[in-house]
Design a binder for this molecule. Sequence first.
Ligand SMILES: [Zn+2]
Length: 241
Amino acid sequence: MKRFFVKNIYRLLLNRIYNPFIETNLKPLELNLTPEDKCLVIAPHPDDESIGCGGIMKLHPKNFDVTCLTHGNINDIRFEEMQHAMEFAGVNSYKMLNLKDKNIIAGQSEFNTIDISQYDYIFIPYIFDQHRDHKAVSLLLANKLQKSRYKSTLQIAYYEVWSTINLPQYYVNISNVIEDKKKMINFHKSQIATRNYAEKILGLNSYRGLLRGLEAVECFSIMNAADFTRIVKRLTTGITE
Ligand SMILES: [Zn+2]
């Protein structure tokens, strides 16, 4: 009886989940923001906002507010650089908090001061990003969501910086703003002194365009706030609260 049950569960899983998955070409769908959508980009450090979301922000600047969590390690210079990039993009607003670089995980109380109640989308770095501060944003946000008021339709969107997203579900065509995105990244002069971020990131955006036959796209993984919180909590149980 038990063996019969197990065998049929596997058959069910195979039919319902694996077969449709393996027989389908998975292509990301276009993310269409409406003029009313209010979006917040949370950047762990100045430059992450331009690297991960420079294109979508330049296409829809009035939809976007940006909150950067740390000054990075060179204080005022990096705020000025971000200021230039955000003024050029024309975003609705931008600000910088004072969490500690390389230890933003310890900054939950300051993170909790961010007002998320009005937003339809919150953009953050991918949870499997290689940088510790980038991964930490998922946990800070999941902790905050458990205690904050937010729209029931709120979506959390992962963007790409130090790691790529497996099977991203959404893309935004940034072909017409490639040069603008390059400028935004290059405003972060202290960061591009030793690394050509613009060239590398636009290489990723160009590769991402391959699936949809476009010159360049930014890719995102998007889920609702409840699923996001559940997934982050499962992944991080026992790490820290
Ligand atoms: Zn960063």
